[in-house]
Structures are given as C-alpha cells and as structure tokens.
Ligand binder design. Structure first.
Ligand SMILES: Cc1cc2nc3c(=O)[nH]c(=O)nc-3n(C[C@H](O)[C@H](O)[C@H](O)COP(=O)(O)OP(=O)(O)OC[C@H]3O[C@@H](n4cnc5c(N)ncnc54)[C@H](O)[C@@H]3O)c2cc1C
Length: 426
C-alpha cells in the first residue's frame, strides 16, 4: 500500500482554475439576492466555461458525459466548490441532481438514461430525491408511501417530506413500498415520476437559513402523491431494491458534502484570521490574545483533521468501494458536521456583533451549518453505525485483557527460569 499526498500537476492546474473562477465569477453573485430564474440565466454562460475546462459533472465516468476523476480528486474539487453554495450548480454537480444522475447511471435502463440522465447531465432539467417521511427519516423501514401495479402503470400514494428542489424539478425519484410482505430492507422500490403528471402537490417549507424560501438554488418541500400514475417502465432498478440503491447513492454523496464543508470552514477561518489581525482591543490585536490564538490553532487542526479523514475516506472508496468504507463515511459525516459548526461559531465570536449581523456571511453560514447534523442521516444514527462496526472487532472478556495482576502472573510463569537465575546471581 502506498500513501501519497500530492496531486498530479495537470489536475492541480484545473483546481487552480476552479479556485480563481469560483472566487472571481461566483462569489459576486452571492450578494445580489437573485431569484432562481435569474440565477439560472446568469449561470448558463458560466456553466459553459466550466464545460470548456473539463470540470462539468465531474462525478460521473467519461462514458456517461462526466470526467471519471474518482472520489479523491472529486473531493479536492468539492472543497473549492463548497466555499460558495452557488458553485456546485455552476459545475453541474449539485445535490440532489448529482446523486440522482449516479443512481440513473447505476440502475437505469438505456431508455431511462436517455430520457432522464443525459438531460440532467447537460443541465437541461432538474431532479429531486423523494425519500424522507416526517418523523421516520432515520428509519426508512417505517416509510408508508406505496405504489402498486395497475395494468401497465404504477399508482403512487403517500406524502414525502423535505424533498430538495421538488417544486423546481422536472422529475422525482421516489422511494415507495411495492413489496409490503418482503423483509424490511426489500419492501421498497424506486420510481421515476415526471412532475407534469396529475396528482402531485408540493408545499415549499421555510428553513432556518431560508425562512421565506427565496434561496436561488434550493427549495425544500412537502410532497403529496395522490393516485399518481407512471408507466411500469419507470421502475428504477429492480423491485425491492430501493434500500440498497439508496445506500449506494448516499455513500459517495456524503463525502462530497464533507469536502464542501471543508471549503466552508476555510472561508470562515479566513474571515476569523483576517479579523484577528485587524482589531485592536484592550491594548493589543485580537491575534495577540491567547484565547484567540487557541481558537486559531484549534480550528486549523480541526479543519486539517476533518480534511484528511474525508480524503482518506474518498481514497478508500476509490480503492475498495463505498460499501467497504461505510465506517469511514459515517465517521466523517458527524465529525465533519461538528467541525463545520465549531469553526463558524469561533469566526462569529471573533467578529462580535458584526459576525452576528447580516453584513457578514457568517450568520447565514452558521444557520445552514446546523442542517449538516441532520440531513443525509442525523449524527446519532451515524454514531450508532460507527460504534457497532468498531465494537464488532472486540470479544467479551471476564478478566480484562490488560489486567495487570493477571498479566504479571503469566509473565512470572513464562520468565521464571531467567528471573531465578538473575536472583541467584545477585
Ligand atoms: C437541509 C435538508 C435537506 C434534505 N434533503 C432531503 C432530500 O432531498 N430528500 C429527502 O428525501 N430527504 C431530505 N432531507 C431529510 C433528511 O434525510 C432527514 O431529515 C434525515 O434522514 C433525518 O430524518 P428525520 O428528519 O425524519 O428525523 P427523525 O427520524 O424524526 O429523527 C429525529 C431525531 O431522532 C434522533 N434519532 C434518530 N435515530 C436515532 C438513533 N438510532 N439513536 C439516537 N437518536 C436517534 C436524532 O437526533 C434525530 O435528529 C433533508 C433534510 C434537511 C435538513
């Protein structure tokens, strides 16, 4: 096994370009309070530039219109894209579209890829991933949205919750119970549901970071499906396979979230440090106060540790696949979310009232960061996963393996001859 922390010069050049492009072309859009339609119009020529530089839809293989960079290089790119919430859209890799395109690539038929995936990759349509049901998001075995076959159509009924971009999407990928009598993890299937069919009702939900749902890239919705009919061929993958497919979709997606959080952390950290060397109070700069120095040092170490853990996880996915990297994926999800929160929190504190005001982006970053501990599975569930998998490597022991009196008795027995000789020689 080799360890190498360098990036190939050709890819580093692409990252340099992305860094400049995001800072010079995308950051200015953040402060214009754009609505969704205006943002899409302004973003279109920027998206073309991204395509010209070979960084469009970087999450898929070349055979599917993407770049085939692998998770590690994608991680490095997402670190840059994370610095602005508008950037993933401009680079054609925003959730939920990126994960949905991956799902269609993994499980879609030729016709499904042609009809849904390719337009998604070209940025012509938007999609939503409709899975969560209120109060049971952490335990998908309890979902009740269901579908049955009626002739050559599926008939879908149920209510989903917090579906990202449902009100703007051209199609939803919906998880529904189609095999009620199967074991819990094999009861659901995935259906592709175009949003122009009758029976779909969406209600946009106000969020902590977007109470009036004005965000230019995101909406989050409650969606009710009432006798929605879709052709039988809109089944994605096999019947009863939704749970396994969702795991495949969410694993790499979590890595991308985590790398974007590192980008957010760095931007907040830059603000923290700039302010620390700029403000003079009680006779010295903030950067000369030991408490602030502790924050700088602790945040720098926390960001670096989260970054390395994320990149290592990405590397492991590239080596052995997302399934084998489940422990690492779960670990970085809650660890990264905590680091994200703490770094922004310290940056706000260093700015005092300015940090709490809307004159700085920190308060908005802070409110959005709170969601990181919930979406794609709450912290507690990921901790359970990690603890269970870690504990599998241990056996119960009546007497602790490291119990010193027991070890001493064994060692005395084993080295008795040497000890007796040594004693005799004294
Ligand atoms: C910003 C955002 C975007 C989202 N986007 C989408 C989307 O596009 N599509 C979609 O389908 N869903 C989406 N979701 C929903 C998300 O996946 C769920 O919120 C998440 O899975 C948790 O489910 P829940 O909210 O129903 O929480 P619940 O299942 O109601 O859990 C509530 C709380 O119970 C605790 N808990 C749960 N299980 C355990 C346990 N085993 N041990 C200890 N404590 C536990 C946790 O503290 C948890 O926060 C999004 C959510 C957010 C916040």
């Amino acid at each position: 096994m080799s360890w190498d922390f360098s990036t190939e010069p050709e890819f580093e050049a692409k990252l340099d370009w992305a860094r400049r492009f995001v800072r010079d072309e995308i950051y200015p859009l953040e402060v214009l309070d754009l609505d969704h339609a205006t943002f899409r119009t302004i973003a279109a020529p920027l998206q073309q530039q991204v395509k010209d530089h070979g960084l469009w839809a970087a999450h898929l293989g070349p055979d599917l219109g993407g770049q085939g960079y692998g998770q590690l290089r994608l991680g490095l790119l997402h670190e840059i894209l994370g610095t602005s919430e508008l950037a993933p859209y401009v680079f054609g890799c925003q959730a939920p579209d990126s994960g949905n395109a991956e799902l269609l690539a993994i499980a879609g038929t030729e016709q499904q890829r042609e009809r849904w995936m390719h337009p998604l990759l070209r940025g012509e349509v938007l999609s939503a991933f409709s899975m969560t049901e209120q109060g049971t998001g952490s335990d998908p075995r309890q979902f009740t949205t269901s579908a049955y076959l009626d002739g050559d159509h599926w008939v879908l009924n149920g209510t989903k919750w917090f579906v990202g971009n449902a009100s703007r999407a051209d199609f939803h990928i919906v998880m529904a119970v189609t095999e009620p009598d199967a074991p819990p993890h094999h009861r659901m299937s995935m259906l592709i549901v175009p949003t122009d069919v009758p029976g779909i009702e969406t209600r946009e939900i106000g969020l902590m970071n977007d109470p009036e749902h004005k965000n230019p890239v995101w909406s989050h919705c409650e969606v009710t499906y009432s006798d929605v009919r879709v052709p039988a061929e809109n089944l994605l993958g096999h019947r009863g396979e939704a749970f396994a497919l969702a795991q495949q979709r969410l694993g790499p997606g979590r890595i991308h979230h985590c790398m974007r959080w590192i980008g957010v952390c760095r931007r907040a950290f830059d603000m923290l440090c700039e302010r620390a060397v700029s403000i003079d109070v009680h006779g010295s700069l903030l950067s000369e106060k030991q408490t602030v120095q502790n924050w700088v040092a602790d945040c720098a170490a926390a960001i670096e540790s989260a970054r390395l853990l994320t990149l290592h996880t990405a590397w492991k996915i590239d080596q052995v696949g997302a399934k084998e990297a489940r422990t690492e994926i779960a670990m970085i999800k809650y660890h990264g979310a905590a680091v994200l929160h703490d770094v922004i929190d310290k940056a706000i504190q260093v700015h005092g009232s300015l940090g709490f005001s809307t004159d700085m982006p920190l308060e908005q970053m802070y409110r959005w960061a709170r969601a990181a501990r919930i979406y794609d599975g709450p912290d507690e569930v990921h901790r359970v996963t990690v603890a269970r998998r870690v504990l599998r490597g241990y056996q119960p022991a009546k007497v602790p393996t490291e119990h010193i009196p027991t070890r001493r008795a064994e060692a005395l027995e084993r080295f008795r001859d040497h000890l007796e000789l040594a004693l005799a020689a004294q």
